[in-house]
Design a protein around this ligand. Structure first.
Ligand code: FAD
Length: 284
């Protein structure tokens, strides 16, 4: 994992950003890229709408991150609702834009979307491998994926992804380090070689937290719930408590030997900077 401007550090720190909605200007995120780049992340990953509708924005942002800032960019790509031809077309576009790192995902099941030529992320990974010329990483779920039927099944799926040569795993966000450490132990016991990067999201407001719980189903530990309850009427204090919680989480994960931290930035360079500045002893 190296680019010209990548700073050698003890633990790779990467950022996730997302394209603005179709009715918002692309500049909403473009003006922030310079601030993210100044923090010298290992890479910046850009999400992809499950139905592929904002694919052009994912492509454009990943291209700009790489070309204009010299930062490695990773394009998320889902295969829900996609034919082989659709994905082949997307891969060609990514490659001609110089974007050769892909986070290969299935995408969530939603009304109106169906699985056409791909059933699972492993099918997409195999397809990308056959196309050639890409580095592929994949998702994992410390609390288990909603459809997996239990964490041991998740580890079996991770083994398949590992066998397909993924560079690393990026975890779903979590607030209880215990679940992530359990996943690391299960993966090691299962012989998984690819590093597992911890997905950490600093909570900065109540609305955001409610949305996350709804979408991902992650559990909120009592300690975090108590802090949120205490600062509910005080947005500034709540934001500080959320950031401090993330800092503690990262420092404990580092002590446990985590191989990378992926920050869900919610498109906020300020949040990323705060976390980066207060954990520089880990990332420089
Ligand atoms: P899979 O690995 O295919 O798993 C889906 C389910 O099927 C799991 O329950 C798994 O256990 C089961 N399964 C997998 N393979 C098999 C098999 N061979 N046989 C039987 N069962 C199997 N969504 C977006 O739309 N856009 C994004 O940009 C995006 N970014 C994400 C980034 C990260 C880091 C993470 C963790 C998730 C992201 N998601 C994104 C959400 C993701 O698309 C959903 O969680 C989706 O439901 C599962 O995707 P997956 O790639 O993990 O699927």
């Amino acid at each position: 994992m190296g680019t010209d401007k990548t700073v050698k550090r003890r633990i790779p720190l990467s950022f996730e950003i997302f394209p603005p909605k179709a009715d918002a200007p692309l500049s909403d995120i473009l003006v922030k890229l310079g601030d993210f780049a100044k923090l010298s992340p290992e890479y910046i990953s850009v999400t992809y709408g499950t139905d592929g509708s904002n694919a052009p924005r994912t492509l454009e942002i990943t291209e700009i991150v790489r070309r204009d800032y010299g930062i490695r960019s990773v394009a998320h790509l889902t295969c829900m609702n996609a034919t082989h031809g659709d994905i082949a077309d997307k891969l060609l576009r990514f490659k001609s834009a110089g974007v050769t790192d892909i986070l290969a995902l299935r995408g969530d099941r939603r009304d109106g979307l169906r699985l056409i030529d791909f059933n699972y992320a492993v099918d997409l990974i195999s397809f990308i491998n056959k196309a050639g010329g890409f580095s592929v990483c994949a998702a994992c779920y410390p609390e288990g994926h909603a459809e997996s039927g239990g964490i041991k099944n998740d580890v079996e799926i991770m083994k398949k992804k590992d066998a397909l040569g993924v560079t690393h795993f990026v975890s779903q966000l979590f607030f209880d380090n215990g679940v992530f450490m359990r996943l690391l132990d299960l993966a090691a016991a299962g012989g998984i070689k690819a590093p597992i990067h911890a997905g950490v999201m600093p909570i900065t407001n109540i609305k955001q937290l409610a949305g996350i719980v709804k979408v991902s189903g992650v559990k909120i530990p009592d300690r975090l719930a108590r802090q949120i309850g205490k600062f509910e009427g005080n947005p500034q204090a709540l934001k500080q408590a959320g950031m401090n919680f993330a800092l503690e989480q990262i420092s404990e994960l580092a002590a446990y030997g985590v191989s990378g931290v992926h920050l869900y930035t919610m498109n906020s360079p300020d949040t990323a900077r705060y976390i980066r500045d207060n954990t520089s002893y880990l990332f420089e």
